[in-house]
Ligand binder design. Structure first.
Ligand code: GCO
Ligand code: MG
Length: 408
C-alpha cells in the first residue's frame, strides 16, 4: 500500500482550520488537523513544502516509522509548528489504519473503557452576575463541569477569556480584523483581590456538585500562584489551570508546597519532554496536551501512558482552535484512556462546521459519545471547503499598566 498524494486546506467557518487529507493507492484516505491558532499558515507550509513530497510512495500503515522519520529526520526537533505538522500526518495515518481494519479507532488502542467522556464548557461574564447566568445556561443543558472566567472590577481591559464587547469578529481568543494584536492591560493585584471571592460566591450559588474549573492563563508569579491556590481551597475547584507560565516548571513545586488544589497544565506543550518533569514529580494532576500540536496520536498516547504511571489524568486541550478532526482523535483516546479525566469541548457546533466536517460524534448533557463509525468517524467535505480561505487574525498581547509586556 502506498501514499499517492496529500492536500492541505486552510479555512473554515470563523476559524482557520488546517486540514490535511492523505490519499492512498487503495482509495482509502485519512484526515489530519494541523491547526495552530493564529499561526495557521506555518504548519500548512511545513506540510506542503517538506512533508508531503516526502510522504509520497511511503506505506501509510507504517505510522511509527513515518513519525520517527519526520521527528528524528528533521534534526531541529520539537516546537509547536513542526509538531502540529507531524501531528496532522499521524492522525491521518491512524484514520487510514482504522479504516483498513474496518473498526472505530478506539478499538486499535484497546477498546472502550467508558461509554461517554465528561466534558467542560466555557462560561464567561463581564461581571459576576452575567457569569452566573452563563453558568446556569450550561448547567441547564446538563453540563456537569464548567470553566468560569469573570471580568474584574476596575481592570483596565476585560482580562483573559472575557469578551469586551459583542464583536462578532472575535471568538474570545482570536481577533479576525488583522494580524496586528489588540493590547490588553492586566493588573495582578486587582485579580488576586477579586477572583477568590467571586469563585466562592459561584460555589455558594451552585452548591457542591458542579465541577468548577478556572484558568489563570499563565498570569501569576510562583508566589502569587501559591497564595491564590491557597485562598481558593475552600471552593473545591475541579482544577486550577496554568497558574504560572508553563515554561517555569519549578514554579509548581512552590505551589505544591502550599496548596492541594488540583493543577492542570500543558496546553502549550508539544513534546513528552515538556511533560516529563511535571508528571514524574507529581507536580500536576491533569495533563492538558493536545493531539494537534503534540505530534498526533502516536506521541500523545505515550504521554497518556507516562501520566497514568504517576496518577496524572488527561484533560486534553479543546479550545475552538481544534477542528472536529483532532477533537475526534481525542474522543477516541478519551474512550480508551484508563487515566481519562475530562475533555475541554468547544468545537463550534454550527451548521456550517457540521457541513464541513460531517460526523456522528455526539454531545449530550455534558457528555461526549464517540461515534462507532470506522476510522476517526469524521469526514471532510471538499466542496464545502471551497467556501472558505485563510483570514488573518491575532491573539491579544498583554501589558501591565506601566507598559511592561506580560503573559497572554
Ligand atoms: C483554554 C486555553 C485557550 C487558549 C487558546 C490560545 O484553556 O482553552 O487557555 O483558550 O487561550 O488556545 O490559542
Ligand atoms: Mg487554558
Amino acid at each position: 500500500m502506498k501514499i499517492t498524494g496529500a492536500k492541505v486546506f486552510v479555512g473554515g467557518p470563523g476559524k482557520n482550520y488546517v486540514t490535511l487529507k492523505i490519499y492512498t493507492d487503495q482509495g482509502i484516505y485519512g484526515l489530519g488537523d494541523a491547526t495552530l491558532n493564529n499561526r495557521e499558515t506555518l504548519p500548512a507550509s511545513y506540510l506542503r513544502d517538506y512533508i508531503i513530497p516526502n510522504l509520497i510512495g511511503k506505506d501509510p500503515r507504517n505510522s511509527e516509522d513515518i513519525w520517527q522519520f519526520l521527528y528524528r529526520g528533521a534534526y531541529f526537533r520539537r516546537g509547536p509548528i513542526a509538531m502540529a505538522a507531524f501531528g496532522a500526518v499521524d492522525i491521518a495515518l491512524w484514520d487510514i489504519k482504522a479504516k483498513l481494519a474496518n473498526m472505530p479507532l478506539y478499538q486499535l488502542f484497546g477498546g472502550k473503557s467508558r461509554d461517554s467522556a465528561l466534558v467542560y464548557a466555557h462560561a464567561t461574564g463581564s461581571d459576576l452576575e452575567q457569569l452566573i447566568d452563563n453558568i446556569t445556561f450550561y448547567k441547564d443543558q446538563g453540563y456537569k463541569a464548567v470553566r468560569v472566567q469573570c471580568g474584574i472590577p476596575d481592570m483596565p481591559t476585560a482580562g483573559y477569556g472575557v469578551r469586551e464587547d459583542d464583536d462578532s469578529k472575535s471568538d474570545f481568543i482570536t481577533d479576525f480584523s488583522g494580524i496586528k494584536p489588540k493590547i490588553e492591560i492586566w493588573d495582578t493585584e486587582r485579580y488576586m483581590r477579586y477572583m477568590p471571592d467571586a469563585l466562592a460566591r459561584i460555589r455558594e450559588h451552585f452548591g457542591p456538585e458542579l465541577k468548577i474549573l478556572h484558568d489563570v492563563h499563565h498570569r501569576l508569579t510562583p508566589r502569587e500562584a501559591a497564595a491564590f491556590a491557597k485562598s481558593v481551597e475552600p471552593v473545591s475547584l475541579f482544577w486550577l489551570e496554568d497558574p504560572t507560565p508553563a515554561e517555569d516548571q519549578n514554579a509548581l513545586q512552590f505551589l505544591r508546597q502550599h496548596s492541594t488544589v488540583p493543577i492542570a497544565i500543558g496546553e502549550v506543550f508539544n513534546s513528552i519532554y515538556d511533560c516529563q518533569h511535571l508528571i514524574e514529580n507529581n507536580l500536576i494532576d491533569y495533563i492538558r496536551i493536545a493531539v494537534t500540536y503534540a505530534g498526533g496520536i502516536t506521541h500523545v498516547k505515550r504521554i497518556v501512558d507516562l501520566a497514568g504511571l504517576h496518577n496524572v489524568r488527561t484533560g486534553f486541550h479543546g479550545a475552538p482552535s481544534h477542528s472536529p478532526i483532532s477533537m475526534a482523535a481525542q474522543a477516541h483516546l478519551n474512550a480508551w484512556a484508563p487515566n481519562f479525566g475530562i475533555q475541554e469541548y468547544l468545537v463550534l457546533g454550527t451548521k456550517e462546521c457540521d457541513a464541513l466536517f460531517p460526523s456522528q460524534h455526539k454531545l449530550a448533557s455534558g457528555l461526549f459519545y464517540v461515534s462507532d463509525d470506522i476510522g476517526l468517524g469524521v469526514d471532510f467535505d471538499e466542496k464545502e471547503a471551497e467556501k472558505y480561505s485563510y483570514v488573518a487574525g491575532s491573539h491579544p498581547v498583554v501589558r501591565l499598566e506601566d507598559g511592561t509586556v506580560w503573559n497572554y
